[in-house]
Design a protein around this ligand. Structure first.
Ligand code: PLP
Length: 267
C-alpha cells in the first residue's frame, strides 16, 4: 500500500457513492483511505431519502486528529453540504494541511435530483475552496453553476476551466459525461496546458457514484506521486472498467464494481 488520502465527504448508505465509493476506489488503487464525514445520507439507488448533517466542529475534529497522527499525502473533498462546513474545512485546511494537495469534487446535486449542497453554498465553494484546490473536478452542470459559463461542449468546457483557474484552482478537469453524444470528452487544464481525454459512452444506468469514484482514484494517484496527467488517465480507465462491470443492484442508478481491478479473490 502506497499513499494516504484523507477524504472529507458525505456517507451514502447505499454504498455506491460518497465516502463508501471513496474508500473502495482508494483501496482499489492500493492506497490508504482515512475519512472525515460531513453528513450521513439515507440513500439507495432510487434516491436520497434523508440527510443528517454533522456539526462543523465535529468535522474539524475528525480532520485534526487524522492529520496530527496518520497524516495525508492528498486530501479529497466531496459533499460538504453547508456554508458553515465549507468555511470550517477551509480554515482547518489552511492551518493544518498547508502543502498537502487537495482534489475538490464540487458535489451539488445527486443523479436522482436531490441537492447535496445548499444553493447559497456555491459562492462559498468558489470563494473558499477553489483557491485551495490542486485539482477541481466539476461535471458540466457544476461548472456552469460555479462559473456562469454555458457548458455545452468543448468550447464551454475550455471557458469554464479557464475561469476556475483564474479563480485560483491549480488544475481543472471538466467532465463531459452530462453532455450529449456517443463520445465523452473530459478536458484537463493545468499549468502544463490542455489535454482532452476521449472515450465512448457506455450505455447503462449504473453510473451512481462515478464522480466520487473518479475524484478519489485521482487523489490516490496524486498521493502515490503520479504526475497529474497519469493520475487522471488511470482513474478514467478504472471508472470505465468499474461501470462496464457494474453488478446491476437496485431499481435506480446502480453502483459500480469498485473491485473490478482487484484479483478474482480465489486463493
Ligand atoms: N451521495 C453522496 C453522499 C455523494 O457524495 C454523492 C456524490 O456526488 C452522491 C450521492 C451523488 O452520486 P450520483 O450523482 O453519482 O448519484
Amino acid at each position: 500500500m502506497i499513499g494516504r488520502v484523507l477524504v472529507i465527504a458525505g456517507s451514502d448508505s447505499g454504498g455506491g457513492a460518497g465516502i463508501q465509493a471513496d474508500i473502495k476506489a482508494i483501496t482499489a488503487m492500493n492506497a490508504f483511505a482515512a475519512t472525515a464525514i460531513t453528513a450521513l445520507t439515507a440513500q439507495n439507488t432510487v434516491g436520497v431519502h434523508g440527510v443528517f448533517s454533522v456539526p462543523p466542529e465535529f468535522v474539524v475534529q475528525q480532520i485534526r486528529v487524522v492529520l496530527s497522527d496518520i497524516g495525508a499525502d492528498c486530501i479529497k473533498l466531496g459533499m460538504l453540504a453547508t456554508p458553515a462546513v465549507i468555511d470550517a474545512v477551509a480554515d482547518i485546511l489552511a492551518s493544518d494541511a498547508a502543502g498537502i494537495p487537495v482534489v475538490l469534487d464540487p458535489v451539488m446535486v445527486a443523479k436522482g435530483g436531490a441537492r447535496l449542497l445548499e444553493p447559497a453554498a456555491q459562492q462559498t465553494v468558489m470563494a473558499r475552496l477553489i483557491p485551495l484546490a490542486t485539482l477541481v473536478t466539476p461535471n458540466a452542470p457544476e461548472a456552469e453553476a460555479l462559473t456562469g459559463a454555458t457548458v455545452h461542449g468543448l468550447d464551454g468546457q475550455r471557458a469554464a476551466a479557464a475561469a476556475l483557474r483564474a479563480a485560483g484552482a491549480g488544475a481543472v478537469l471538466i467532465k463531459g459525461g452530462h453532455l450529449p453524444g456517443d463520445q465523452i470528452s473530459d478536458l484537463l487544464l493545468s499549468a502544463d496546458g490542455e489535454t482532452v481525454f476521449e472515450g465512448p459512452r457506455l450505455a447503462t444506468r449504473h453510473t451512481h457514484g462515478t464522480g466520487c469514484t473518479l475524484a478519489s482514484a485521482i487523489a490516490a494517484g496524486i498521493a502515490q506521486g503520479l504526475p497529474l496527467h497519469r493520475a487522471v488517465s488511470r482513474a478514467r480507465d478504472y471508472v470505465r472498467d468499474a461501470i462496464a462491470a457494474a453488478p446491476g443492484f437496485g431499481a435506480g442508478h446502480g453502483p459500480l464494481d469498485h473491485a473490478v481491478w482487484l484479483s478474482s479473490g480465489a486463493s
